[in-house]
Design a protein around this ligand. Structure first.
Ligand code: FDA
Length: 304
């Protein structure tokens, strides 16, 4: 499971200063992040769509403690949508929102208003929106905001983390018709009181959650790079009599790109494309979930 030390480093302002000031870091960051600028994100979207992949875009940023910054994040999504529209890339595309970047910690009302503005524009352009799930302290507030958004925009989706002990119950409430749930294992360091610990426990929870979603009435979004989970999801979809198109697979930009294209051909694949200058927290979570990425990162320094 994610390395807790690296996750802690991902929250340290001091480490952020060190890691982001080293120019060589960029080479490794580029593997996981489409770019710092909007134009780079648009280029990545075009390339992915040309290979038969759908996208969900994440304007990087989280844990905002400043109202102006929260509004700026909302405006960044609106600018992204305008650019996608200009390039004819809106159809079938999606945005992923971190409510903490839209002001969730400041005031639930602010995050809701900002998310509502993003959803209204997505609706106008025929796009969809899914809410990311952050650490366990934010789950109640995120599900509450989801419910309010869905009153006007019933297609708004949400990520659910299989590692949290509460998630199986949450999923039973969410697996209704029209509901879109992105099932992930969970990328945050969580205490044993609220979360399963260790890969095999989390994998078992992921399979139980898959069963609930595949047997339910909603649209499961199976977000994992794990070949075993992918095979189990395919088998459960067949067992539940689900036609292709009534569920989809999702992976992160830069991870298992060949498999992304293979799955797209038969099952549908959406790639999560992060972009923007505030890549540090996201990047550290990617290092934390796979020791080989850390080795790759360190090697890029010594091989120079
Ligand atoms: P696991 O970590 O067990 O990895 C299985 C295999 O996948 C590895 O053996 C390796 O081959 C490959 N792999 C996994 N991670 C890799 C990496 N970083 N680099 C290279 N290879 C890697 N989390 C969260 O808490 N809230 C959220 O909202 C989201 N949103 C989200 C959206 C989408 C589309 C995806 C795919 C994932 C998320 N996540 C997330 C992250 C998720 O919780 C989880 O941390 C990662 O997906 C890694 O877990 P896996 O399911 O891939 O399995």
């Amino acid at each position: 499971m994610p390395n807790p030390l690296l996750l802690a480093a991902g929250r340290s302002a001091r480490m952020r200063g060190v890691v982001t000031s080293v120019p060589l870091t960029r080479n490794v960051v580029d593997r996981f992040v489409a770019g710092e600028r909007l134009e780079e994100a648009i280029r990545a979207v075009r390339e992915l769509r040309e290979s038969g992949l759908k996208v969900t875009l994440d304007h990087l940023g989280e844990d905002t403690t400043d109202r102006r910054q929260a509004d700026a994040t909302r405006d960044a999504y609106l600018a992204l949508f305008a650019a996608l529209d200009e390039e004819g890339l809106t159809g079938g595309s999606e945005a992923s929102l971190k409510l903490s970047a839209l002001g969730q910690a400041l005031d639930g009302g602010l995050a809701l208003d900002n998310a509502r503005a993003v959803c209204a524009e997505a609706a106008r352009l025929g796009m969809t929106v899914t809410l990311d799930m952050e650490d366990h302290t934010t789950v109640d507030s995120t599900l509450d905001i989801l419910g309010k958004l869905r009153a006007d925009f019933p297609w708004v989706g949400v990520a659910v983390q299989a590692m949290l002990r509460r998630s199986e119950d949450d999923l039973r409430d969410l697996a209704h018709e029209g509901s879109r749930v992105r099932l992930v294992k969970g990328a945050y360091a969580e205490p044993a009181s609220v979360a399963f610990q260790g890969k095999s426990e989390v994998d078992r929870a992921y399979v139980r959650a898959l069963r609930v979603l595949m047997d339910g009435e909603g649209h499961p979004m199976v977000a994992t790079h794990d070949p075993r989970m992918i095979e189990i999801a395919k088998a459960l979809a067949v067992r539940a009599g689900r036609p292709v198109g009534s569920y989809e697979f999702q992976m992160l930009y830069g991870i298992r790109a060949g498999e992304q294209r293979r799955l797209a051909e038969r099952h549908g694949m959406r790639v999560y494309v992060p972009y923007g200058v505030d890549w540090y927290g996201y990047f550290m979570r990617r290092l934390a979930e796979r020791p080989a990425n850390l080795v790759f990162f360190l090697r890029s320094f010594v091989s120079r």
